[in-house]
Design a protein around this ligand. Structure first.
Ligand code: CTP
Length: 319
């Protein structure tokens, strides 16, 4: 039976040198990687003990009503009221109900994607997940275009859309939302109090302009459940990143999982500089102590799963 060692000893190929990018070299190489079906199924089963992506991907209409009070997950003392707009946009049934896909791509936002030429390969997967409304059009050769689910942390509205200060920025966001064209827009609305107005703005825009997206708002227990799963496997993450959340959810409905754009290090495997995001000028300091994330630790866990064939990480060029 397949054993899963998520935070076990490193493979012999990993030499402990001071240079981060050498330390994180991905083995086996792309061409030698083989999917381990038994292990993938075992991981799915283990994760199902903590959460069920089909249910936890979104709160459903039947479970809340306008005016209900919700305590933020990370700010338990702060509350929000379920607005009429939010209620309107809650799905009636899970957007993942009975969904199963042969292969899924999860596209992280690292600059390692630039010049990767991975666009076509990414778009060939049955289900493509992207993070934080990252732009695709201008980067299609490297990141592809297909989007079946895209996440949107409320902070994106501030970082990428200037908090919608004027009509130009509102229009930009609207265009981006229209371009989603029926895909799932996954908004963690109940995580932290800071996002309250931003979520409301987006909800309002979607309703007012009849934007064709399927909105989803993750369940209140998802974060803790995901953290619980990884802690049980000795991966001591502070707060799971969007990318890790997506992988954990995807194990439920994807047979094979391919990760692109996961590389939280400033140098690539050939010692060339790598941008933190492929599309903006956010710096690496962002992942420092002050950040709630522990990306390099997450990466180590994902790399170990890659080595065992449970997922495939691509951190260089696509063939
Ligand atoms: N990621 C990565 N290496 C980077 C940048 C991102 O591995 N240099 C992965 C992370 O898993 C991350 C995902 O790509 O969650 C999406 O990137 P980003 O939009 O920066 O996500 P978060 O850090 O989760 O978003 P936030 O800053 O709003 O918490």
């Amino acid at each position: 039976r397949a054993e899963v060692v998520i935070n076990g000893s490193s493979s012999p190929a990993v030499v402990d040198r001071s240079n981060e990018s050498i330390k994180h070299n991905i083995q086996p190489a792309s061409s030698k990687w083989r999917h381990n079906q038994t292990l993938s199924l075992r991981i799915r089963k283990q994760i199902l003990k903590f959460l069920d992506a089909e249910k936890d991907i979104s709160v459903l209409k039947g479970t809340l009503k306008p005016g209900d009070i919700i305590h933020y997950i990370f700010d338990r003392d702060s509350t929000m009221n379920v607005s009429q707009n939010l209620y309107e946009l809650l799905p009636r049934t899970s957007p993942l109900k009975n969904k199963h896909f042969g292969t899924c791509a999860i596209v992280g936002n690292s600059g390692v994607l630039l010049n990767s030429g991975c666009g076509q390969e990414i778009d060939a997967h049955s289900f493509v997940i992207r993070c934080n409304l990252a732009p695709v059009q201008e980067y299609a050769r490297d990141v592809g275009l297909k989007t079946d689910l895209v996440t949107m942390n409320p902070s994106v509205i501030q970082r990428a859309f200037e908090d919608l200060v004027n009509a130009t920025w509102r229009e930009k966001l609207l265009q981006r939302l229209h371009s989603l064209n029926g895909s799932i827009l996954w908004i963690p609305a109940f995580m932290a109090r800071g996002g309250k107005e931003r979520v409301e703005w987006v909800n309002e825009l979607i309703l007012k302009h009849h934007v064709n997206v399927r909105t989803a708002y993750p369940s209140l227990r998802l974060l803790h459940a995901v953290r619980g799963y990884w802690l049980t496997n000795k991966v001591h993450i502070k707060r799971p990143t969007t990318g890790l959340l997506m992988y954990t959810l995807a194990t439920r409905f994807c047979n094979q999982i391919y990760l692109y754009g996961f590389w939280p290090f400033p140098l690539d495997q050939n010692q060339n500089p790598v941008k933190y995001h492929y599309y903006d000028s956010l710096k690496y300091g962002y992942t420092s102590q002050a950040s709630p994330h522990t990306m390099p630790l997450e990466f180590k866990a994902l790399k170990s799963l890659h080595e065992q064939g449970a997922l495939k990480l691509t951190v260089g060029q696509c063939d």
